[in-house]
Design a protein. Structure first.
Length: 175
């Protein structure tokens, strides 16, 4: 009887142990990029004129090699007004079964026609019937990422729950 209880206890401990790091050979940025790709959509968080966060779901492009993230919007949207006043943003990518990536950065509104052609999805035609005139890009230059990816072995600090932090450049000071 005791051996059975001991065996069951060992199996229980083994099944509850944290995942083996699967990120061997993968950089934290590569793990973050993979999670962002799995998530697909993200939440864009801006700050309104009263200082309150405003959240909306977006369909971003995958990060560029330098991790710049591009999104699109209507030039008359509230987010354009908010970004004109405060360029600080957060992007939140959720893989609800596995973790998340939060991107903290600075946003820039881009009207360049060449960039608009590069960052365009044909499935958006119904949203932008007068493309490229009613289409504006948001370029997010990330400064810091925070990530939890249980599958890849990034579970955060077990005591403080601090996620993996990746500094890309500088600080969140507005230039």
């Amino acid at each position: 009887m005791h051996r059975w209880v001991y065996s069951a206890f060992v199996i229980l401990l083994w099944s509850c142990s944290p995942p083996t790091p699967a990120h061997e050979g993968k950089t934290p940025l590569a793990v973050a990029r993979a999670l962002m790709e799995r998530a697909g959509k993200c939440a864009l968080i801006t700050i309104d004129s009263t200082g309150h966060p405003q959240v909306r779901t977006m369909d971003p492009f995958l990060p560029d090699p330098d991790f710049t993230i591009w999104l699109a919007t209507n030039p008359d949207s509230r987010k354009v007004t908010q970004l004109s006043s405060n360029q600080r943003v957060t992007l939140y990518y959720a893989d609800y079964d596995n973790g998340y990536v939060s991107v903290y950065g600075l946003a820039e509104l881009v009207e360049d026609v060449v960039a608009k052609k590069k960052y365009w999805k044909e499935e958006w035609k119904s949203f932008y019937p007068n493309y490229p005139n009613d289409y504006l890009l948001i370029k997010v230059r990330p400064l810091r990422l925070e990530m939890i990816d249980y599958q890849a072995g990034y579970a955060g600090d077990s005591l403080t729950w601090q996620p993996e932090v990746i500094w890309l450049e500088g600080s969140l000071e507005v230039e």
